[in-house]
Design a protein around this ligand. Structure first.
Ligand SMILES: [Zn+2]
Length: 457
């Protein structure tokens, strides 16, 4: 921090203190304003020279503001015309009591922050602690004082004005909600109907019928070049022996669990074989992805596929519930012409139908909304909308990006790395931010060199 901020703030606080000291004082207000004036230079100095969290200064400041509110209520205390508005050219008129209610609520909030900082939790207010007792005493006294002022000043006219103001505010809020909500409801009506209809169509499909449709995608894709998508299996069905989400990762003999800088174990997210990649060096390798929650960074490891890989039990701590997945071959994606950044196409329903007209025809015989039915078939998720490719794992092809291009290069040879795998919110237990996605790249010549990125909107 530059001294050009600190010294003027200090001088300003001094001037303000002298000014406050010479005004006809109202004790509480005067003291609170003086304290408040000094929190600014103290906070600046604390930040500059102590460089530690300054929550206590914020608590002192909120305490001072609370004291000023106490001063306001103290001034109202002896009066019986707090809610009467006097003017020179009209008769006195009743105002609302909402400013008092607002003052009371603000006071409670400020007082709570002063006593607890940001650590306040409702269940703490029942524990027998000095701080809890102080909170209850101050809170009750404050509430009683505000209630006293209210009861002394509450006339029928004031009550009427206040209720009228509340009704007006409520009507305005309703009108705004209706203005926004109705068109939204109307606009999404078609989508909701289509979704409900598709869900019915999906429920009517027998399990072997669903399998047949999935197989149609797989066999059609395997006729040419393909990459692999990993999708959750139906409940009760067996998953891929290696690919997995959550649970325990397969590891090489002697391998240790990855930890963050503070020694906390990373969270195991998923493991997939890299068969879907175009370069043979990857095809017999297995990729494991962990999350270093402290750095919010992905930790990736790659093993040669062998019989020696054994499940490694996770250390105690949070763990993702295991979820079985199965590979599904899908056609390779392309980078749209004119895009030299390497942002590949997302495999949405239209993308599938363009490459597999027979799939669209087969789905079309079961539903009027083949795009939505495809989504339910692939993800197994019938609550949703159409098709969220971003929630699945895709190995091979080009990355479908949600943010800028990653431009990973190998630290050993300087060559651009190959895109290996991407994944989204693969389990309900866990999200990489708001609809986030993880991307892993590796060097064909140095397959131990991997780089991972986690992006979100
Ligand atoms: Zn390399």
């Amino acid at each position: 921090m530059s001294p050009f901020v600190f010294w003027p703030a200090l001088v300003l606080s001094l001037v303000l203190s002298v000014f406050l000291a010479t005004t006809p004082k109202r004790e509480v207000m005067w003291a609170a304003a003086t304290v408040l004036a000094w929190t600014v230079p103290v906070a600046l100095a604390w930040k500059r020279w102590v460089q530690r969290p300054a929550v206590w200064i914020a608590r002192v400041a909120t305490g001072a503001i609370f004291a000023m509110l106490v001063g306001v209520v103290q001034a109202w205390w002896p009066r019986t015309d707090v809610f009467i508005h006097y003017s020179n050219c009209a008769a006195p008129r009743a105002e609302t009591f909402w400013p008092l209610v607002f003052t009371w609520a603000c006071g409670l909030g400020l007082m709570t922050f002063t006593l607890w900082g940001s650590a306040f939790q409702w269940r703490q207010t029942l524990l027998p602690r000095v701080r809890t007792i102080a909170w209850w005493l101050v809170g009750l006294a404050w509430t009683a004082a505000c209630a006293f002022v209210l009861s002394r000043n509450l006339a029928p006219g004031v009550l009427g004005t206040s209720l009228l103001a509340l009704a007006k505010l409520g009507a305005a809020a309703l009108a705004v909600a209706a203005l926004i909500g109705l068109p939204l409801w109307w606009g999404t009506r078609g989508g909701r109907k289509a979704e409900a209809q598709t869900r019915e169509d999906f429920a009517k499909l027998a399990p072997d019928e669903r399998e047949r449709l999935i197989d149609l995608i797989d066999t059609t894709a395997r006729r040419g070049e393909y990459r692999l998508m990993y999708r959750p299996v139906a409940e009760g069905a067996a998953g891929d022996p290696i690919a997995r989400v959550g649970g325990d990762p397969l590891s090489a003999p002697g391998e240790t669990w990855p930890v963050d800088a503070a020694g906390h174990p990373a969270l195991f997210l998923l493991q997939v074989p890299l068969e879907g990649t175009a370069h043979p060096v990857w095809r017999d390798r297995v990729l494991s992805v962990y999350l270093d929650e402290h750095e919010h960074a992905l930790v990736v490891r790659c093993h040669a596929r062998s019989d020696e890989l054994q499940p490694m039990p996770a250390p105690p701590g949070p763990k993702l519930a295991p979820c079985a997945v199965m590979p599904l071959a899908i056609p390779p994606n392309e980078v749209p012409a004119g895009d030299d950044e390497g942002d590949g196409e997302w495999p949405d329903a239209d993308w599938f139908f363009e490459r597999m007209p027979e799939l669209k025809a087969a789905l079309g015989s079961a539903t009027a909304h083949p795009d939505r039915l495809l989504g339910m078939l692939i993800t197994g998720d019938t609550r949703g909308h159409a098709y969220i490719a971003s929630d699945l794992i895709i190995v091979g092809g080009y990355p479908a990006l949600i943010q800028g291009v990653h431009g990973a290069t190998c630290p050993d040879c300087g060559q651009p790395m190959r895109f290996l795998m991407q994944f989204g919110d693969v389990t309900e237990d866990f999200a990489l931010g708001d609809a986030g996605a993880g991307y892993v790249y590796g060097c064909d010549a140095h397959p131990q060199r991997l780089e991972a990125f986690s992006d979100c909107y």
